[in-house]
Design a binder for this molecule. Structure first.
Ligand SMILES: Nc1ncnc2c1ncn2[C@@H]1O[C@H](COP(=O)(O)OP(=O)(O)O)[C@@H](O)[C@H]1O
Ligand SMILES: [Mg+2]
Length: 438
């Protein structure tokens, strides 16, 4: 099992003409030459100061909104993009300059990326056959390349001869087909993986004869067949319908547990992140905001971004003022917080802060100064739970309430905040404020 370490990783792309056009009103006119030169020189930084250690055998999820740099980071690890700065370690190898083939990493994409003209069997075997071709001439010991040019030529000839014999005898009945030792090993591996993924009956089909879920399993199988040190998965379930997504999610987690292969899994879906990851790294605008176990992120978000991104529906935010140390004041209510906040809130007395409360921590209640007078705008009754969208003066809030109570849009209600579930954030920086001994 292999650890993956990212040290201070930076990635900059040259700014595209397209990017400038979006921000520049004179874009329709022909650009002058010096202008164009400038556009080539300017650059966009899409990843900055990325420090991340993925432990050996860990299932790490990278989650963040679209465009925050997740795919770019995976591509850097896979070697599909050059680094702008920093280091990437796979085990004890610094792989910054290594081409993708030599990194021993397998990547699964959202688009499956299967070879359309090859059967499922050949798609699964492809990486293994290629590994044979790559490994032999480039066996290295203490950095010295053992395969000289003659070796490479004889290897290529051998390889050609093997492929020729396989191709010519393929059409004969089974007992007469030629299978080299290598090909026999490949067959074993392909069958093992196909069995694990339950795609044995699909081995002779072409990708166009498969459903989305089946294609996805073949793509996973292709990565698994190579038995790499690291799996990288970029939103592999996005093209599946909700039910299949949930099933495949569980299947991927189980397979990863069985194989114990270090995995970095990218998604923009916080539910996927919470249900799959041993740990989750939350990304925003090219930076990692917080790395923690799923429930740690939910209970102790480090800032307002993480608090809002993790949890569905998202946390509600209200601007409030800290009155006397433990009293929170809003034009519509006054709430007293539990005593553990006392030491922390002394320095905030009289100041504005942001109160955060999750929809599940707002409950139906009765008129009281500590409760929130709201008007119901929308009701989503799902049977097991009811979600309300309500307005209180200028604020809109979401609440998850008792499903047994029938509520109509337009109704006036009182909601109670659970005081021990309150989150507070610095109003300017968005950084979370926690009681000292929390
Ligand atoms: N080849 C590229 N050239 C220029 N900008 C790019 C390139 N690839 C990605 N970007 C930009 O980098 C940012 C992050 O993209 P990406 O890593 O695909 O985000 P995500 O996978 O989180 O949605 C985006 O703003 C995107 O436009
Ligand atoms: Mg992406």
């Amino acid at each position: 099992m292999t650890q993956v370490v990212l040290e201070n990783v930076y990635k900059t792309f040259p700014r595209q003409r397209r990017d400038l056009d979006l921000t520049d009103s004179s874009s329709n006119q022909e650009r002058s030459l010096p202008d164009r030169k400038a556009s080539h020189q300017s650059a966009v930084t899409v990843l900055r100061r990325i420090n991340l250690t993925v432990e050996a055998g860990e299932f790490m999820v990278l989650v963040g909104p679209s465009g925050c740099g997740k795919s770019t980071l995976l591509r850097l690890i896979a070697g599909l993009e050059p680094l702008t700065g920093g280091n990437i370690w796979v085990g004890d190898r610094l792989v910054n300059e290594l081409p993708p083939k030599q990194r021993d990493i397998a990547m699964v994409f959202q688009s499956y990326a299967l070879y359309p003209h090859m059967t499922v069997y050949d798609n699964l075997a492809f990486g293994l056959r290629r590994m044979q071709q790559v490994q032999r001439p480039t066996v290295k010991e203490n950095g010295a390349d053992l395969g000289d040019r003659n070796d490479q030529i004889s290897f290529q000839w051998e390889n050609f001869w093997e492929s020729f014999r396989v191709a010519v005898t393929r059409w004969l009945p089974e007992g007469f087909q030629y299978l080299s030792e290598t090909e026999k090993k490949i067959e074993q591996r392909v069958l093992t993986v196909a069995r694990m993924l339950q795609i044995e009956m699909l081995l002779n089909r072409l990708p166009k004869q498969l459903s989305g879920g089946q294609k996805q399993r073949v793509a996973l199988g292709r990565a698994m067949a190579r038995n790499p040190q690291v799996f990288l998965m970029d939103e592999p379930l996005s093209n599946l319908d909700a039910k299949l997504r949930a099933e495949t999610r569980a299947q991927i987690v189980n397979l990863q547990r069985q194989l114990g292969t270090t995995t970095i899994y990218v998604t923009h879906d916080q539910t996927e992140a919470l249900t799959m990851g041993d740990r989750i790294a939350v990304m925003h605008q090219g930076q990692i905001q917080q790395i923690a176990a799923p429930l740690e992120l939910y209970h102790h978000p480090i800032n307002r971004f993480v608090a809002e991104f993790i949890g569905s529906p998202p946390m509600n935010f209200l601007n409030v003022r800290i009155k006397k140390t433990l009293v929170i004041s809003h034009p519509q209510f006054r709430l007293t917080l539990p005593g553990i906040w006392e030491d922390t809130l002394i320095q905030y007395e009289g100041r504005l802060v942001t109160l955060g409360i999750r929809p599940e921590h707002l409950g139906l209640s009765l008129p009281a100064p500590k409760n929130l007078p709201v008007k119901v705008m929308r009701v989503e009754a799902l049977g097991s739970e009811t979600y309300l969208s309500v307005r209180m003066a200028g604020d809109t809030l979401q609440a998850r309430v008792d499903p047994d109570r029938v509520i109509q849009p337009g109704e006036d209600l009182w909601l109670a905040i659970a005081p021990d579930k309150v989150h507070l954030f610095d109003a300017e920086t968005g950084v979370a404020i926690y009681p000292h001994d929390c």
